[in-house]
Design a protein around this ligand. Sequence first.
Ligand SMILES: [Zn+2]
Length: 209
Amino acid sequence: MLDSKESTNKDGLLVYFNLTFDEELNDSGNGFKAVVPRSLIRRVMFACHGHPLSGHAGISKTIHRTKQIYYWPKMSRHIRVYVRSCQHCQQYKPNQSKKRAAPYVPHNMTYPWETICVDLCGPKPNAKGNLKWILVIIDQCTKYVELFPLAVASAKKIVEKINEVSCRFGHPAKIISDNGSQFVSTVYKEFCAKRNITMAHTSTYTPTL
Ligand SMILES: [Zn+2]
């Protein structure tokens, strides 16, 4: 049984009226596509994707290419599955997925103030005394927080404040920070080296700890 869009052309080929998006816009093709019998679907997909001249194009390109000449029910779905399971593509095509951050590895700690995190917030709108930065110091174990308003976010000032807190609670074994210029500066590095503190930097793609 033929549906309203199906017909046979003068050579007896079953065709289906299925305009592609381009044909709809520029009116260049007649829109009739050869209907592929079920037994030939895999061969057609091979011709449009896996054949050396087809170049193993991606899913949307293969669908677009196939739809220009052929039609069969649920063709997009079939092509998607075919391209995804193409062995050649899996073996030789580079991974197109977006780069993601590595999975979070918890920082081990056994006692309070062993590991602390430092970060800068700001610049905020100026407060009294031109204070526009907030230095945040958090103990990883207890989540105790110390905040310091700063006028300048210099490494010297940050070291001074970490030292102030450390004088109250003891020097931490490890400080975690981002890769901000202050935390990779010589002043900061020297401070950590002198007190035998391990510096840890969060990776570029992991904005939160
Ligand atoms: Zn392929």
